[in-house]
Design a protein around this ligand. Structure first.
Ligand code: FE2
Length: 250
Protein backbone atom coordinates (compact mmCIF):
# COMPACT_ATOMS: atom_id res chain seq x y z
CA UNK A 1 0.00 0.00 0.00
CA UNK A 2 2.80 2.41 1.03
CA UNK A 3 4.71 1.41 -2.04
CA UNK A 4 1.68 2.22 -4.21
CA UNK A 5 1.27 5.60 -2.55
CA UNK A 6 4.93 6.54 -2.94
CA UNK A 7 5.35 5.43 -6.50
CA UNK A 8 3.98 8.51 -8.32
CA UNK A 9 6.04 10.85 -6.14
CA UNK A 10 9.32 8.98 -5.98
CA UNK A 11 9.53 6.90 -9.11
CA UNK A 12 10.94 9.19 -11.72
CA UNK A 13 12.11 6.20 -13.71
CA UNK A 14 11.20 6.13 -17.33
CA UNK A 15 10.96 2.64 -18.72
CA UNK A 16 14.26 1.63 -20.23
CA UNK A 17 13.52 0.15 -23.60
CA UNK A 18 15.66 -1.07 -26.40
CA UNK A 19 16.94 1.86 -28.50
CA UNK A 20 14.68 0.94 -31.40
CA UNK A 21 11.57 0.90 -29.19
CA UNK A 22 12.48 4.12 -27.39
CA UNK A 23 12.14 6.34 -30.43
CA UNK A 24 8.54 5.44 -31.21
CA UNK A 25 5.65 7.42 -29.84
CA UNK A 26 2.72 5.59 -28.23
CA UNK A 27 0.91 5.25 -31.53
CA UNK A 28 4.04 3.98 -33.28
CA UNK A 29 2.91 5.97 -36.30
CA UNK A 30 5.80 8.40 -36.73
CA UNK A 31 8.90 6.97 -38.30
CA UNK A 32 12.05 8.96 -37.60
CA UNK A 33 14.85 8.86 -40.11
CA UNK A 34 18.02 6.96 -39.19
CA UNK A 35 20.12 10.05 -38.38
CA UNK A 36 17.36 11.48 -36.20
CA UNK A 37 17.03 8.17 -34.39
CA UNK A 38 20.75 8.05 -33.64
CA UNK A 39 20.77 11.69 -32.43
CA UNK A 40 17.74 11.10 -30.22
CA UNK A 41 19.20 7.93 -28.70
CA UNK A 42 22.54 9.61 -28.11
CA UNK A 43 20.95 12.65 -26.47
CA UNK A 44 18.79 10.41 -24.23
CA UNK A 45 21.85 8.38 -23.26
CA UNK A 46 23.85 11.55 -22.57
CA UNK A 47 21.05 13.02 -20.49
CA UNK A 48 20.73 9.81 -18.45
CA UNK A 49 24.53 9.74 -18.03
CA UNK A 50 24.45 13.35 -16.81
CA UNK A 51 21.74 12.51 -14.28
CA UNK A 52 23.65 9.46 -13.12
CA UNK A 53 26.87 11.50 -12.74
CA UNK A 54 24.93 14.11 -10.73
CA UNK A 55 23.64 11.38 -8.40
CA UNK A 56 20.10 11.70 -9.77
CA UNK A 57 19.82 8.12 -10.96
CA UNK A 58 16.21 7.03 -11.40
CA UNK A 59 16.37 3.47 -10.13
CA UNK A 60 18.82 0.62 -9.82
CA UNK A 61 17.32 -0.98 -12.94
CA UNK A 62 17.78 2.22 -14.94
CA UNK A 63 21.48 2.53 -14.15
CA UNK A 64 22.14 -1.13 -14.83
CA UNK A 65 20.23 -1.07 -18.12
CA UNK A 66 22.21 2.03 -19.08
CA UNK A 67 25.51 0.24 -18.41
CA UNK A 68 24.41 -2.80 -20.39
CA UNK A 69 23.67 -0.61 -23.43
CA UNK A 70 27.10 1.04 -23.10
CA UNK A 71 28.87 -2.34 -22.90
CA UNK A 72 26.96 -3.52 -26.00
CA UNK A 73 27.83 -0.28 -27.80
CA UNK A 74 31.57 -0.71 -27.16
CA UNK A 75 31.31 -4.30 -28.39
CA UNK A 76 29.61 -3.08 -31.60
CA UNK A 77 32.34 -0.48 -32.09
CA UNK A 78 35.00 -3.21 -31.90
CA UNK A 79 33.36 -5.69 -34.24
CA UNK A 80 32.33 -3.06 -36.78
CA UNK A 81 35.84 -1.65 -37.18
CA UNK A 82 38.76 -3.11 -39.09
CA UNK A 83 41.17 -0.51 -37.68
CA UNK A 84 43.21 -2.10 -34.89
CA UNK A 85 43.87 1.27 -33.23
CA UNK A 86 40.13 1.97 -32.97
CA UNK A 87 39.45 -1.57 -31.79
CA UNK A 88 42.15 -1.18 -29.14
CA UNK A 89 40.57 1.98 -27.75
CA UNK A 90 37.12 0.38 -27.51
CA UNK A 91 38.64 -2.82 -26.14
CA UNK A 92 39.99 -0.75 -23.22
CA UNK A 93 36.61 0.99 -22.80
CA UNK A 94 34.81 -2.38 -22.91
CA UNK A 95 37.11 -3.94 -20.28
CA UNK A 96 36.83 -0.88 -18.04
CA UNK A 97 33.04 -0.62 -18.24
CA UNK A 98 32.36 -4.34 -17.81
CA UNK A 99 34.83 -4.67 -14.91
CA UNK A 100 33.42 -1.83 -12.83
CA UNK A 101 29.84 -2.75 -13.69
CA UNK A 102 30.32 -6.37 -12.56
CA UNK A 103 32.03 -5.42 -9.31
CA UNK A 104 29.41 -2.80 -8.46
CA UNK A 105 26.69 -5.40 -9.03
CA UNK A 106 28.48 -7.84 -6.73
CA UNK A 107 28.94 -5.23 -3.99
CA UNK A 108 25.62 -3.39 -4.20
CA UNK A 109 23.00 -5.44 -6.08
CA UNK A 110 23.58 -9.10 -5.30
CA UNK A 111 23.54 -8.63 -1.50
CA UNK A 112 20.14 -6.89 -1.89
CA UNK A 113 18.85 -9.77 -4.01
CA UNK A 114 20.25 -12.25 -1.53
CA UNK A 115 18.63 -10.74 1.54
CA UNK A 116 15.44 -9.31 0.03
CA UNK A 117 14.06 -11.95 -2.31
CA UNK A 118 12.62 -15.43 -2.02
CA UNK A 119 15.32 -17.79 -3.24
CA UNK A 120 17.54 -14.70 -3.42
CA UNK A 121 20.62 -16.58 -2.25
CA UNK A 122 20.25 -19.04 -5.13
CA UNK A 123 19.78 -16.19 -7.63
CA UNK A 124 22.79 -14.24 -6.33
CA UNK A 125 25.04 -17.31 -6.36
CA UNK A 126 24.04 -18.07 -9.96
CA UNK A 127 24.79 -14.46 -10.94
CA UNK A 128 28.17 -14.59 -9.18
CA UNK A 129 29.08 -17.84 -10.97
CA UNK A 130 28.21 -16.26 -14.34
CA UNK A 131 30.25 -13.17 -13.46
CA UNK A 132 33.22 -15.39 -12.61
CA UNK A 133 33.14 -16.90 -16.10
CA UNK A 134 32.86 -13.43 -17.64
CA UNK A 135 35.82 -12.16 -15.58
CA UNK A 136 37.97 -15.06 -16.74
CA UNK A 137 37.06 -14.42 -20.39
CA UNK A 138 37.61 -10.70 -19.88
CA UNK A 139 41.04 -11.35 -18.36
CA UNK A 140 41.94 -13.31 -21.48
CA UNK A 141 40.55 -10.58 -23.74
CA UNK A 142 42.37 -7.72 -21.99
CA UNK A 143 45.70 -9.46 -22.62
CA UNK A 144 45.08 -9.87 -26.35
CA UNK A 145 45.72 -7.35 -29.10
CA UNK A 146 43.13 -6.71 -31.85
CA UNK A 147 45.66 -8.11 -34.35
CA UNK A 148 45.79 -11.48 -32.55
CA UNK A 149 43.93 -14.36 -34.17
CA UNK A 150 42.20 -15.14 -30.86
CA UNK A 151 40.97 -11.58 -30.28
CA UNK A 152 37.58 -11.60 -32.02
CA UNK A 153 36.70 -15.24 -31.17
CA UNK A 154 37.44 -14.49 -27.48
CA UNK A 155 35.29 -11.38 -27.59
CA UNK A 156 32.43 -13.20 -29.37
CA UNK A 157 32.54 -16.06 -26.86
CA UNK A 158 32.47 -13.62 -23.93
CA UNK A 159 29.62 -11.63 -25.47
CA UNK A 160 27.50 -14.72 -26.20
CA UNK A 161 27.52 -15.68 -22.50
CA UNK A 162 27.21 -12.08 -21.35
CA UNK A 163 24.11 -11.43 -23.48
CA UNK A 164 22.33 -14.34 -21.79
CA UNK A 165 23.36 -13.04 -18.36
CA UNK A 166 22.16 -9.51 -19.25
CA UNK A 167 18.81 -10.87 -20.48
CA UNK A 168 18.25 -12.83 -17.25
CA UNK A 169 19.18 -9.81 -15.14
CA UNK A 170 16.95 -7.41 -17.04
CA UNK A 171 13.97 -9.71 -17.48
CA UNK A 172 14.04 -11.55 -14.17
CA UNK A 173 16.42 -10.55 -11.37
CA UNK A 174 15.99 -6.77 -11.57
CA UNK A 175 12.23 -7.07 -12.11
CA UNK A 176 11.93 -9.14 -8.92
CA UNK A 177 14.19 -6.75 -7.02
CA UNK A 178 12.21 -3.64 -8.07
CA UNK A 179 8.97 -5.40 -7.08
CA UNK A 180 10.38 -6.11 -3.63
CA UNK A 181 11.76 -2.67 -2.74
CA UNK A 182 10.38 0.86 -2.52
CA UNK A 183 11.29 3.33 -5.27
CA UNK A 184 13.32 5.38 -2.76
CA UNK A 185 15.38 2.32 -1.87
CA UNK A 186 15.91 1.63 -5.57
CA UNK A 187 17.14 5.19 -6.11
CA UNK A 188 19.48 4.86 -3.12
CA UNK A 189 20.90 1.60 -4.52
CA UNK A 190 21.44 3.35 -7.85
CA UNK A 191 23.47 6.07 -6.14
CA UNK A 192 25.52 3.49 -4.22
CA UNK A 193 26.07 1.59 -7.46
CA UNK A 194 27.43 4.66 -9.24
CA UNK A 195 29.63 5.58 -6.29
CA UNK A 196 31.04 2.06 -6.09
CA UNK A 197 31.94 2.10 -9.77
CA UNK A 198 34.27 5.04 -9.13
CA UNK A 199 36.62 3.11 -6.79
CA UNK A 200 36.68 -0.34 -8.41
CA UNK A 201 39.68 -1.65 -10.36
CA UNK A 202 39.51 -0.90 -14.06
CA UNK A 203 40.86 -4.26 -15.28
CA UNK A 204 39.64 -7.81 -14.71
CA UNK A 205 41.13 -9.68 -11.71
CA UNK A 206 39.36 -13.06 -11.79
CA UNK A 207 41.13 -14.42 -8.70
CA UNK A 208 39.83 -11.58 -6.49
CA UNK A 209 36.91 -12.38 -4.13
CA UNK A 210 33.42 -11.73 -5.51
CA UNK A 211 31.54 -10.99 -2.27
CA UNK A 212 31.67 -8.11 0.21
CA UNK A 213 33.44 -7.34 2.49
CA UNK A 214 36.53 -8.92 0.91
CA UNK A 215 35.75 -7.78 -2.61
CA UNK A 216 35.58 -4.18 -1.40
CA UNK A 217 38.96 -4.39 0.34
CA UNK A 218 40.69 -6.11 -2.57
CA UNK A 219 39.11 -3.62 -4.98
CA UNK A 220 40.59 -0.75 -3.05
CA UNK A 221 44.02 -2.40 -3.12
CA UNK A 222 44.15 -3.22 -6.82
CA UNK A 223 42.41 -0.11 -8.15
CA UNK A 224 45.34 2.36 -7.76
CA UNK A 225 47.70 0.18 -9.81
CA UNK A 226 45.11 -0.26 -12.58
CA UNK A 227 44.52 3.49 -12.57
CA UNK A 228 48.21 4.34 -12.96
CA UNK A 229 48.41 1.96 -15.93
CA UNK A 230 45.28 3.57 -17.41
CA UNK A 231 47.38 6.69 -18.03
CA UNK A 232 49.31 4.82 -20.70
CA UNK A 233 46.38 3.10 -22.41
CA UNK A 234 44.56 4.35 -25.50
CA UNK A 235 40.95 5.47 -24.99
CA UNK A 236 38.12 6.48 -27.33
CA UNK A 237 37.87 10.21 -27.89
CA UNK A 238 34.33 10.52 -26.53
CA UNK A 239 32.80 11.65 -23.25
CA UNK A 240 32.30 8.93 -20.66
CA UNK A 241 34.22 6.22 -22.52
CA UNK A 242 37.33 6.26 -20.32
CA UNK A 243 38.16 6.39 -16.61
CA UNK A 244 39.03 9.77 -15.04
CA UNK A 245 42.65 8.54 -14.74
CA UNK A 246 42.74 7.54 -18.42
CA UNK A 247 45.16 9.43 -20.64
CA UNK A 248 43.94 11.67 -23.45
CA UNK A 249 42.04 9.97 -26.29
CA UNK A 250 44.59 9.42 -29.04
FE1 FE2 B 1 24.78 -6.49 -15.32
Amino acid sequence: MLRQALRPVCARATPVLAPAARIWGPSGSVALRKGEQARKYSSETESRSRNIRKGQADSISAVIHHDHREIERYYEKIINSRDHAVQRKYQNAFVWELTRHSIAEEIVVYPSIETGLNRGHEMAEKDRAEHQLTKEQLYKLQNLHPGDAAFLPTLEHLMKDLKMHIKEEEEHDLVKLEEAILPMRSQHLAQQFEMTKSFTPTRSHPSAPNKPPFETAVGLMTAPLDKIRDLFRDWPDEAGAKPPAGGAGR
